[in-house]
Structures are given as C-alpha cells and as structure tokens.
Design a protein around this ligand. Structure first.
Ligand SMILES: *[C@@H]1O[C@H](CO)[C@@H](O)[C@H](O)[C@H]1NC(C)=O
Ligand SMILES: *[C@@H]1O[C@H](CO)[C@@H](O)[C@H](O)[C@H]1NC(C)=O
Ligand SMILES: *[C@@H]1O[C@H](CO)[C@@H](O)[C@H](O)[C@H]1NC(C)=O
Ligand SMILES: *[C@@H]1O[C@H](CO)[C@@H](O)[C@H](O)[C@H]1NC(C)=O
Ligand SMILES: *[C@@H]1O[C@H](CO)[C@@H](O)[C@H](O)[C@H]1NC(C)=O
Ligand SMILES: *[C@@H]1O[C@H](CO)[C@@H](O)[C@H](O)[C@H]1NC(C)=O
Ligand SMILES: *[C@@H]1O[C@H](CO)[C@@H](O)[C@H](O)[C@H]1NC(C)=O
Ligand SMILES: *[C@@H]1O[C@H](CO)[C@@H](O)[C@H](O)[C@H]1NC(C)=O
Ligand SMILES: *[C@@H]1O[C@H](CO)[C@@H](O)[C@H](O)[C@H]1NC(C)=O
Length: 404
C-alpha cells in the first residue's frame, strides 16, 4: 500500500517533468549540423523518385518514378534499377483539375501488400494502381493487374497509401482539397480492394472519406492494425502554424470513414510524415516547417492527448521522410530543404532515439545528399536504407552498419 503510494508520487513527478517538452515553433532555417563523413552511401540514377518500398526479401525494392514503377535489385550496393514498369497514363491524368488541364502528374506513394504479392501505387489523380510483384521483377509488360478509381469528392491529389494486414482495404491521403469542395482541407480516402489473391483483374471501390485538416500526407498503421495515424500540415502560416497528428479507428474507417476520427493533437508547424516504433509504443513525426522530429506516446494520444508529447529534436532544414533503424535506436530524417532556402543544406540527420526520449542532445550529425531528399525505406534485414533524392534524380543507398 505504502509502496504503491510512493510509486504513484514518483510517477506523478516523472510525468510532470516529462511535460516540460513542448511542440516546436515555426522556424525557417535550422542551425548547421555536424557533417558525418564516415557513413557509406552510394547513388543510383532514377528520375524524380518519390515513394519507396522494399519487397518481402532484401534483394528487391520498388520506387515511384513519375510515369513508371521502378524495380531495384538491391543485392548490390548501390542497387541497380533493373526495370521500369509503365503505369498507364490515364491513371496519372489530373486533367480534371482546371488549373492544370491535361497534365500527367507523376506517381507518388507506394505500399507493398501484406502478402508481398502486389505493390499499390498512388498518383496525383483519383486512381490507385495495382502492380503484380512477380511480373514486375521480370519486367513483364502485363505487370499492372488492376486499378481502382477513387471519388473526386475525396480529392485527386493522393500522396501516401497504407494497406490493412488482410489486404482488403487501402487508405489514401488526399493532400489538396477536392476540386468539388469549398473547403481548404484534404481527406483520408478509404478503398475496398477486390481480388487481391488473384493474378489479374484486381479491382475495388472507394468506400468514402474523412475530411481532415489542411494538407494530410503521412500515414501509418499500428502494428496490431487497429489504428491509423495521419499527419496534417496545418495552414502553415506563422499566424496559424499548427499541424496535427490524428488517430483513427480502422474498423470504423472500413464502413463509415467520416466517423472514424478518435483524436487530434498539435504536432507543430507543417507536420508531414509519421512512423511507429516496432512495439507500437511511440510515433515519430517530422515537423517540416519547424525543422524538428517529435515523438508521441501512442497510448496517450486518445486517452490523454495533452500529455502525449514525449520528445522534440532539432534536425536539418525541412525534414520530410523518416525511418527507424538498428532496432529502433536511430532515426534518419530526409532533410529536404525543399523550399531551397539560401545557405541551407539538404541531407540525412541521424537521431539517437534514447537520448531524444531522455531529453538529452540527440542529433548525431548529418549525412550529405543531393537536392530535395524525400522518402526513405529500410530493407527487411535492416542493413540498407534507400532514400529518394527527388531533385537530383537519384536514389541514395545508406549502409546502416556505418551509422554513428
Ligand atoms: C571517421 O573515421 C576515422 C577513421 O576510422 C576516425 O578517425 C574518425 O574519428 C571518424 N570520424 C567520425 C566523425 O566518426
Ligand atoms: C547518372 O547520371 C549522371 C548525371 O546525369 C551521369 O553523369 C552518370 O553517368 C549517370 N550514371 C550512370 C551509372 O548511368
Ligand atoms: C513525367 O511524365 C510526363 C508525361 O510523360 C512528362 O511530360 C514529364 O516531362 C515527366 N517528368 C520528368 C521529370 O521526366
Ligand atoms: C539481383 O541480382 C542478382 C545478381 O545480379 C541475382 O542473383 C538476383 O536473382 C537478382 N534478384 C532479383 C530479385 O531479381
Ligand atoms: C487526360 O484526360 C483528358 C480528358 O479526359 C484527355 O483529353 C487526355 O487525352 C488525357 N491525357 C492522357 C495522357 O491520358
Ligand atoms: C474516375 O473517377 C473520376 C473522378 O470521380 C471520374 O471523373 C472519371 O470519369 C472516372 N474514370 C473512369 C474510367 O471511371
Ligand atoms: C480544416 O482544417 C483546419 C486546420 O487544419 C481545422 O481547424 C478544421 O477543423 C478543418 N475543417 C474540417 C471540416 O475538418
Ligand atoms: C535487436 O534486438 C534483438 C533483441 O533484443 C537482438 O537479438 C538483435 O541482435 C538486435 N539487432 C541489432 C541490429 O541490434
Ligand atoms: C548566406 O550566407 C552569406 C555568407 O555567410 C551571407 O552574407 C548571406 O546574408 C546569407 N543569406 C541568407 C539569405 O541568409
């Protein structure tokens, strides 16, 4: 009894101390970080790489390359771009948007189905394209095995895609408002997928959508598949700076998306991507216009949102993609400098997770990269990270063993 009161008091004190962390303010440029010269990296040419994912094995990865799905053989360092599977142009056509009539805007997000048989590709359009992995690997002409058309009411500017463990539902972040909407807000659209066990004729339908904040982009599912998390950039102006992290109930998303929101917390200025630790306990969010990554206690996001923020770490300028490596002890962020601030560098920050959670100095330095690094993916064995360097038309491979 006595002991438990002492424990409670200690916990209470600890919680109050932990609350000293606050959401980072908007910040145009990040202070210069130490350049890491000892990390082994190497480049592969590829035009405008966006979303990246490995297959189920360590020797294969896929990358969204404008009008094709690039197939990378990752058994060598750097990897070799072995095939480019053409994505039919009608699926990439955003001609419905008046301001950009008849423009083919490229493929954006990609995700591997849980059974490893398909890659789903989004574009700045209404479509979700389904590619057969076995056929893509051999560069077969018939590798595109289906496409699902979304609803224009949900939007036509998809960026990321996530898929449920049973491969029956996909969630798509529509960053810009629908051309049919007066709102400034984007949405999370839900697709039901049909025939994902088949080798041809995969199809599906748009179930509906949930209107989120301004600029929803990053998404991740909890390891148990029960929750979806999504970022929203927020208006991004100094007067109304707050981007958010929202939690959704996956079961509700499948049937009644507009009712699936469980909670929203402030994440900072221009929150853009989110990942989750392997044990599902902590979410990490890049806050692009604050040049920070922030950590949230997953369990508190719904029950006690005001106390969910655990850590905030300064990284390089305009971080976008992020990935956990080495058993979740390091985070790499793609410091994009995407607004090309003068005197700012792009690169890859290395963050020490334990130090970050202790509130100690956690940035271990920055690896150099080309222009506008964007998304990252880690191989199943954890040894290699790939990063798309969108503005330099290359993919940078990083040897995880050589990280500090
Ligand atoms: C880089 O490697 C060299 C040789 O192993 C070592 O002397 C140096 O301290 C390393 N520098 C950093 C920043 O780790
Ligand atoms: C990669 O692209 C650069 C710049 O266009 C070019 O100089 C280089 O030869 C290319 N490398 C390979 C291996 O194709
Ligand atoms: C992307 O594809 C479209 C359509 O083929 C083309 O007009 C555009 O130039 C491509 N972009 C790049 C960077 O190759
Ligand atoms: C990758 O290339 C290696 C050797 O170049 C080859 O043995 C392997 O089968 C290739 N992997 C895939 C998935 O094509
Ligand atoms: C895009 O859609 C418009 C309108 O449907 C059509 O006229 C145009 O040919 C399409 N472009 C491509 C590349 O499919
Ligand atoms: C796809 O969806 C868009 C938006 O709802 C619509 O304009 C277009 O006609 C659809 N295309 C097909 C082939 O169904
Ligand atoms: C639109 O987004 C703003 C800011 O991100 C938010 O405050 C507002 O509640 C959202 N509106 C709707 C209808 O979701
Ligand atoms: C990750 O953690 C597991 C279990 O603690 C351990 O067996 C493994 O060696 C660790 N891997 C790395 C790369 O540290
Ligand atoms: C960039 O750096 C130079 C040299 O230090 C300095 O003179 C200039 O004011 C800087 N520009 C900006 C926009 O910070």
């Amino acid at each position: 009894m006595y002991a438990s009161i002492v424990t409670l008091l200690l916990l209470h004190t600890w919680t109050n101390l932990a609350k000293a962390v606050s959401v980072p303010a908007c910040q145009t440029t990040a202070p210069q970080l130490t350049t890491l010269t000892n990390v082994t990296t190497a480049n592969t040419n590829a035009t405008e790489p966006f979303g990246l994912t490995f297959g189920l094995s360590d020797d294969i990865a896929f990358v969204a390359l404008n009008t094709t799905l690039g197939v990378l053989n990752t058994s060598t360092f750097p990897p070799v771009l072995v095939h480019k599977v053409p994505l039919p142009l009608q699926y990439l056509n955003d001609s419905i948007v008046e301001k950009e009539s008849h423009v083919v805007s490229g493929a954006t997000g990609i995700v591997l189905s849980s059974d490893g048989r398909h890659v789903l590709v989004t574009a700045f359009s209404t479509w979700l394209v389904v590619v057969d992995v076995a056929r893509a690997i051999i560069g077969a002409a018939d590798a595109v095995v289906g496409a699902v058309n979304g609803s224009l009411a949900a939007g036509n500017s998809a960026v990321e895609v996530a898929i449920t463990k049973d491969d029956r539902y996909a969630f798509v972040s529509q960053e810009d408002p629908s051309p049919l909407s007066n709102s400034k807000n984007g949405t999370i659209e839900v697709f039901e997928l049909y025939g994902m066990k088949r080798t041809v004729g995969v199809s599906g339908r748009s179930v509906g959508y949930l209107t989120l904040g301004v600029g929803p982009v990053g998404m991740v599912l909890s390891p148990d598949g029960r929750y979806l998390y999504a970022t929203s950039e927020g208006p991004g102006k100094a007067t109304t700076p707050q981007g958010t992290l929202s939690t959704f109930d996956v079961e509700t998303l499948k049937h009644d998306p507009s009712k699936a929101l469980l909670s929203t917390v402030i994440a900072g200025c221009g929150a853009v991507r989110v990942i989750i630790s392997g044990d599902g306990a902590i979410l990490w969010v890049t806050v692009r216009e604050s040049n920070h990554v922030v950590a949230f206690d997953r369990a508190k996001l719904v029950s006690c949102p005001g106390e969910a923020l655990l850590a905030s770490v300064q990284v390089g300028t305009s971080p976008v993609g992020l990935v956990l490596v080495r058993n979740d002890t390091r985070i790499l962020t793609a410091d994009s400098n995407r607004f090309r601030s003068i005197n700012e560098t792009s690169g890859i920050s290395v963050v020490d997770v334990q130090a970050a959670l202790r509130g100690a100095k956690a940035d271990l330095g920055q690896i150099s990269s080309g222009i506008f690094p964007r998304e990252l993916a880690v191989s199943p064995n954890g040894k290699t990270v790939l990063m798309g360097v969108f503005g330099s038309n290359k993919i940078q491979a990083i040897d995880v063993a050589t990280l500090p």
